[in-house]
Design a protein around this ligand. Structure first.
Ligand SMILES: Cc1cc2nc3c(=O)[nH]c(=O)nc-3n(C[C@H](O)[C@H](O)[C@H](O)COP(=O)(O)OP(=O)(O)OC[C@H]3O[C@@H](n4cnc5c(N)ncnc54)[C@H](O)[C@@H]3O)c2cc1C
Length: 659
């Protein structure tokens, strides 16, 4: 009897599996993405990238893919999506789209409801052996789709996206983890800081892995931020060699003050940029790069339609990408193993030691593991330190923390925010843009409050009290609301913009501040103002304590969701030059973790000065050198300070190798 029962239940399981066929289609792997873009900024929420219809109010071309169906028949369709404006608006969302199966469009409009990512039922469809699936955008207002789940049973997948991740991987046949060869140094985050660190360490002969989640290396620099900070005022004048190469500046002018634009407050930037650095072989490869050729995907007519100013803007983007490509070539030539489009989201530790970090390929879903002797957190968000359990700080520290003169009495959540470039240009067929009453989810600007101008500048900034590490999608979306609302007002109510069209709006946010990991020293305002000399003084910071806060008028109209800021650069503490101790560059808690870039060990106030790119690049060089010492003597980053400081000083004096 018992045997019979077991056999019966096995038969039922077999039947269940046979009947309940399921297919998961990840949108980021669609063969033709049409006008939809791949975005990763909801990764913290859904463990995946997704497709977004970023048409700036003009519906984008369908995304399409064809799949094989091993078990034809009637399927129910669930779509992972939501109304992205729900945090602010409880009506129908603007990101409306439909799903098509061959020539049949499912009747339900999706993307207009749901307060958070979830599975929405879209109807049922009869499938043959193959089917073409298309995402059909209806508005161009950022509708988004993570995945489509087809099932013969009408049961939606779990909305616990952490748990669903396992299901994803089984469906995508990606349950395998790709273990990369163990490295001497694993650098996570390929901004200026990460690139400078990786290039320095590799030039000294370390086996270096660099992991980044974007398709272009350089972080905010690759997204269009220019590099500031003086290098000719260095305590160690040869620091900066590698930073110049990473930012595309002429290294021979590094210590030539004529090559700088320097303000009276001591801040400035190198003007000796080289559009295409002429290292043998690299420049030629750049011209051939398919990445650059496919930059804009424009037809000849579309290109001709562009205004001169717009073509110049396009040229900027072209040069920026070109620099990213050169950067990549430099790193590869130095032997760095580069992994792009990979989001690191897991850290394996043993005690206070990191064994490996794991990340997901944002296009294929493949899981990679990177093991190594030492790690560098250059994510800007302090993600690696955070996941490893290192102490971190976020927001403003109180006066009590370090007695900083300009710190608030009590700690708070205020921090610098995220920005994205946008611009509008005049053109003959500039079309229309909805009135504010038609887009009630956008920032409701008015005669009383709007921002005049056909493009962004640094003041366009939001997410000033949000965690930019975990809420990147929300903060980015708030920025979209600001641009759309303000643009609606300008286009429809300000005469001079009536023939303009909103042509460009980034969708990947450029962040200024997230978590900062705590090192053996937390640099603070008193160190800088009092010019405290530490024995391990290393790279030099010259920028002022340039912090950003919400403009009062903007805060009055959009409390909690401000999007215009002012900076303290002009009014406050001038730094001129300060030499930052090496002990800010490694975690106090994790014995093989360096912390570079904007997540190094500084207070909110002190971040205001060290955060500019040339300064962070030089800090990266110091980390690269310290890693070489760790490797040579088999010691920890802290031991470099305690036992090998002389060696580090010698290396900083010599400067990083240019080849
Ligand atoms: C709008 C704006 C204007 C600014 N203006 C100036 C200026 O004029 N001059 C100046 O010098 N500085 C300026 N700054 C500051 C400066 O650009 C930044 O502080 C600096 O670029 C930070 O460099 P970073 O390498 O530390 O971080 P980032 O440039 O933020 O790079 C971090 C990299 O890590 C990647 N990453 C993050 N998390 C993960 C993960 N989990 N897995 C894999 N990869 C990950 C990111 O995508 C990125 O590529 C500005 C900043 C902003 C946002």
């Amino acid at each position: 009897m018992r045997l019979l029962l077991i056999l019966c239940s096995m038969f039922c399981v077999f039947l269940y599996n046979e009947c309940m066929a399921q297919i998961l289609v990840e949108t980021e792997s669609f063969q033709d993405k049409g006008g939809w873009v791949v975005d990763h900024q909801a990764f913290e929420k859904i463990r995946s990238s997704y497709l977004m219809a970023h048409g700036m109010g003009r519906p984008v071309k369908d995304a399409e893919t064809t799949i094989a169906v091993s078990d034809p028949g009637e399927y129910h369709v669930f779509v992972s999506t939501y109304n992205w404006t729900a945090p602010w608006f409880d009506g129908k969302g603007p990101g409306a789209f439909q799903v098509k199966f061959d020539d049949r469009t499912l009747p339900d409009t999706l993307g207009i409801k749901g307060t958070r990512w979830g599975w929405q039922y879209a109807g049922s469809v009869k499938l043959g052996n193959t089917v073409k699936i298309a995402l059909h955008d209806l508005t161009g207002f950022n509708g988004r789709v993570d995945a489509i789940y087809l099932t013969k049973d009408k049961a939606a997948p779990t909305e616990d996206y952490g748990a669903f991740d396992k299901v994803r991987r089984v469906h995508n046949s990606e349950s395998k983890v790709y273990n990369t060869k163990s490295a001497d140094l694993v650098v996570i985050g390929g901004g200026v800081a990460g690139c400078a660190t990786a290039l320095t360490a590799a030039r000294y002969g370390l086996d270096v892995v660099l992991v980044d989640n974007l398709p272009w290396l350089g972080g905010s620099n690759a997204l269009g931020v220019k590099s500031c900070g003086l290098m000719y005022k260095n305590l160690y004048p040869n620091l900066g060699n590698i930073t110049c190469q990473v930012i595309g500046a002429d290294v021979s002018r590094k210590n030539d003050k004529e090559a700088y634009f320097e303000r009276v407050n001591g801040t400035g930037y190198i003007t000796a940029y080289t559009a295409v650095p002429s290292w043998t072989g690299i420049a030629e490869k750049v011209e051939e790069s398919s990445l650059l050729k496919s930059l804009d995907n424009l037809t000849a007519e579309e290109y001709d339609e562009r205004t001169k100013a717009e073509k110049n803007q396009n040229n900027n983007e072209y040069n920026r990408r070109k620099r990213s490509f050169v950067r990549e070539e430099l790193l590869r030539t130095a032997g760095v193993r580069i992994y792009q489009n990979i989001q690191v989201y897991k850290v394996e530790t043993e005690g206070k030691h990191i064994q490996s970090v794991s990340g997901k390929d944002l296009r294929s879903g493949k899981e990679y593991s990177f093991s190594g002797a030492m790690f560098v957190d250059c994510t800007g968000d302090g993600t690696v330190g955070y996941l490893a359990g290192a102490e971190y700080m976020i927001g403003r520290e109180s006066k009590e923390f370090a007695g900083e003169p300009t710190a608030p009495a009590t700690s708070d959540n205020k921090k610098m925010g995220m920005s994205m470039h946008w611009y509008a240009y005049p053109r003959e067929n500039s079309g229309t843009f909805p009135e504010l009453s038609e887009i009630p989810w956008a920032m409701q600007c008015s005669d009383e409050y709007y921002v005049d101008g056909a493009g962004s500048n640094w003041q366009w900034e939001t997410g000033l009290e949000y965690d930019n590490a975990t809420e990147a999608e929300l903060v980015r979306d708030n920025f979209l609301r600001a641009v759309y609302g303000n643009w609606s007002y300008l286009k429809n109510h300000v005469e001079k913009y009536k023939n303009y069209r909103l042509d460009y709006l980034q969708y990947i946010g450029m962040k200024r501040e997230s978590r900062r990991i705590v090192g053996d020293i937390v640099l603070n305002e008193n160190d800088i103002v009092g010019k405290i000399e530490y024995p391990d003084a290393s790279f030099t910071t010259t920028w002022t304590m340039d912090l950003h806060y919400a403009q009062k008028k903007n805060a009055k109209y959009f409390p909690g969701w401000e999007w215009m800021t002012y900076c303290t650069n002009e009014e406050e503490i001038w730094v001129h030059q300060y030499h930052v101790p090496y002990r800010c560059l490694y975690s106090k808690d994790i014995d093989n973790l360096f912390i570079g870039g904007r997540n190094m060990s500084v207070t909110h106030q002190a971040l205001g000065t060290v955060r500019v790119q040339s300064t962070l690049g030089m800090a990266g060089e110091v980390i690269g050198m310290a890693a070489v010492i760790c490797d040579e003597h088999n010691v920890s980053p802290r031991d470099v300070y305690e036992s090998y400081l002389g060696e580090l000083k010698r290396m900083m004096t010599e400067g990083g190798p240019l080849k």
